[in-house]
Design a protein around this ligand. Structure first.
Ligand SMILES: Cc1cc2nc3c(=O)[nH]c(=O)nc-3n(C[C@H](O)[C@H](O)[C@H](O)COP(=O)(O)OP(=O)(O)OC[C@H]3O[C@@H](n4cnc5c(N)ncnc54)[C@H](O)[C@@H]3O)c2cc1C
Length: 275
């Protein structure tokens, strides 16, 4: 939709060119959410496109995803064969309630900053131990694990004028064995529960619960627990107030599905490895 209160669009090319933040500004990434609702309080958009951050960079230790990397660019990444967790990338990219038009434009950073419970880029990057780099409005940088960046439904650790620059994923996390489960009320509906489990070479099992909860919740076990202990840990650590409620699913059903999908992930990870 047209945002008819906008009177200026800034196109900074470097950090030094970022304008001084005001309360009627918004960062513009893919614009898929920004242009989907009235934004009567805004008068200026600050377009991130001309910063031209490289979408994806692989080093010996990390995969760096620029905040402006689109979901389609991430989905198209050719991953080395020893990244056992690579299927998670495509699975999470396909967990959007969205058409290809959204997919090609929506950014990974925009998804994190929206901080919706059903944000599949939040699921992916939190499960892979991603760390956000934030350019603080007053100067300097701050690093926050993705799992701690999102604090609730549409709530996160950004303060006005902060800019999410990138997410760094350790290569070691991409080499873990992983399992993915997702469910929606409708066939391509918004995720009502999205769980990712992983098992590292040392036997540590992690479970990241998203979409059913208002923020990502991570559980870690030095070795895979038995199914009953896993269930008890989820019930204890994910209290009923943490389950999300909206038109896409009631909290009791989301809790039920969380326990069921966790059980499936547990049996997949403790069963024989895929060839
Ligand atoms: C049909 C449709 C289906 C959708 N389905 C889903 C879904 O299933 N799950 C889901 O989570 N979302 C969904 N969305 C919402 C939205 O499209 C996605 O969250 C998308 O990833 C947002 O990315 P964007 O680049 O388009 O963000 P924008 O719309 O450009 O920005 C979103 C918000 O984040 C801020 N922002 C963007 N980048 C940064 C940055 N680098 N630093 C600081 N702030 C920033 C913007 O100022 C704005 O407030 C859907 C939207 C539509 C229209």
């Amino acid at each position: 939709m047209d945002l008819n209160t906008i009177t200026a669009v800034a196109h900074p090319q470097t950090r030094a060119e970022l304008p001084v933040w005001t309360s009627s500004d918004a960062w513009l990434a893919g614009g898929t959410w920004l242009f989907s609702e009235p934004q009567a309080h805004l008068t200026r958009l600050i377009d991130l496109t001309d910063l031209k951050w490289p979408a994806l960079t692989i080093t010996e230790t990390h995969l760096t995803i620029a905040a402006t990397c689109t979901v389609a660019q991430l989905d198209g990444l050719a991953c080395p064969p020893d990244w056992l967790a690579a299927p998670l990338i495509n699975q999470c990219c396909r967990a959007f309630l969205a058409s290809f038009k959204i997919w090609k434009t929506a950014t990974v950073g925009g998804n994190l900053c929206m901080s919706l419970p059903a944000g599949p880029m939040i699921s992916l990057t939190s499960a892979l131990d991603g760390v956000c780099t934030i350019w603080k409005a007053g100067g300097g940088e701050q690093k926050i694990p993705v799992a701690g960046f999102v604090t609730g439904n549409q709530k996160n650790r950004l303060t006005p004028g902060d800019l999410l620059r990138q997410i760094d994923i350790p290569i070691a996390a991409l080499k873990r064995r992983s399992a993915f489960r997702q469910i929606s009320l409708a066939p391509v509906g918004r995720s009502a529960a999205l769980l990712i489990g992983s098992l590292d070479a040392g036997g540590t099992m992690s479970l990241t619960v998203t979409a059913s909860t208002v923020r990502p919740i991570q559980l870690s076990f030095p070795r895979p627990p038995d199914p009953g202990a896993l269930r008890d840990a989820i019930v204890q650590q994910i209290t009923d107030d943490l389950y999300h409620t909206d038109i896409h699913g009631k909290p009791l059903w989301r809790k039920h599905m969380t326990l069921r999908l966790a059980e499936e992930i547990h049996s997949e990870l403790t069963g024989p490895a895929r060839p």
